[in-house]
Write a protein that binds this ligand. Structure first.
Ligand SMILES: C[S@@+](CC[C@H](N)C(=O)[O-])C[C@H]1O[C@@H](n2cnc3c(N)ncnc32)[C@H](O)[C@@H]1O
Length: 281
């Protein structure tokens, strides 16, 4: 990606400046989000304009000012060029999401993982996504599996509002239930013992919610998709480290059916998912 970006910016930047272009960029619908090193900030609008000219599908260029942070996992974005907007329609596997990139979490990089989960859901399942965002997992699951019910919970009012809109946009309102609030409270008060499957896509804090996931799962057992961040340590298997973190928290009998690295979340930090079957309680 960095090489592609350098190719695009030849003629706009000097050779020295081109050598500074290290970061990749995301394209979400018709918006491109670039990360730039400080040395290139004086050229940021020029770079934005060049990307609009070169990438025909791109109408807006934004700069990522900060990584995902805070309770809502949002990132600070700066407008650089093209149409001034932060909202976009994004298509993925037959679904369309209205996303507010400034006010909600969204990453196109998790598409494979969303598809993998959607393919696992069986007819008649009740799925609870403790951290639903704008409803990405929920839409994919409900489109793939018409005979299911998905509760998609989020604490961010804007994400919740868009999850409702996306539910109607994708014609899955008969089986997707967007819920606004803290998943701990929602699971305890309204969803205890209801889920065949619980999704926990909040990797930096999932360990704080293990009990919540267990609360939501049916008495006879079910599956938890546990996402976590693992700092790589030389000579240690990241999947073993992830399994240890989970078994320290999960005090009911369980079996890890699958574990894998989902993505590189930062320098020497991996996002790992474990599909964990609870063996009843
Ligand atoms: C990493 S994002 C994942 C969103 C979505 N699953 C996706 O992949 O696009 C985590 C989401 O959890 C929400 N969140 C954080 N803490 C929460 C809590 N205690 N209860 C419910 N949602 C929460 C954030 O607002 C954010 O939308």
């Amino acid at each position: 990606m960095a090489r592609f970006l350098r190719e695009l910016l030849k003629g706009v930047l000097s050779d020295r400046e081109l050598s500074l272009v290290v970061a990749s960029f995301d394209i979400i619908g018709d918006i491109a989000i670039v990360k730039l090193p400080d040395e290139l900030l004086p050229k940021k609008h020029l770079i934005g304009r060049a990307l609009i000219d070169e990438l025909k599908q791109v109408r807006t260029v934004l700069r990522q000012v900060s990584g995902f942070s805070g309770e809502f996992r949002t990132r600070e974005l700066e407008y650089l060029a093209g149409e001034k907007k932060f909202e976009v329609l994004y298509k993925e596997r037959g679904c369309e999401f209205h996303v507010d990139l400034a006010a909600t979490y969204f990453s196109p990089r998790l598409g494979h993982e969303r598809s993998r989960i959607a393919d696992l859901v069986e007819p008649g399942e009740t799925v609870v996504n403790l951290f639903g965002g704008v409803g990405t997992f929920a839409m994919l699951i409900a489109k793939k599996q018409p005979n299911c019910r998905v509760y998609t919970i989020d604490l961010n009012p804007r994400a919740h509002q868009l999850a409702i809109e996306n539910t109607f946009r994708n014609k899955v309102a008969d089986r997707v239930v967007p819920v606004y609030g803290d998943s701990r409270e929602i699971a305890r008060k309204y969803l205890a013992g209801t889920a065949d499957r619980v999704l926990m896509p909040l990797p930096d804090r999932a360990k704080e919610f293990v009990e919540t996931a267990v609360t939501a799962i049916k008495q006879r057992g079910g599956i938890i998709h546990y996402y976590t961040l693992i700092r790589t340590v030389r000579g240690k298997d990241p999947l073993a480290l992830a399994a240890k973190e989970l078994s320290n928290r999960l005090k009911v009998p369980h079996h890890v059916e699958m574990a894998k690295v989902v993505t590189e979340a930062g320098p020497r930090v991996l996002e790992v998912v474990q599909d964990v079957r609870l063996l009843g309680r």
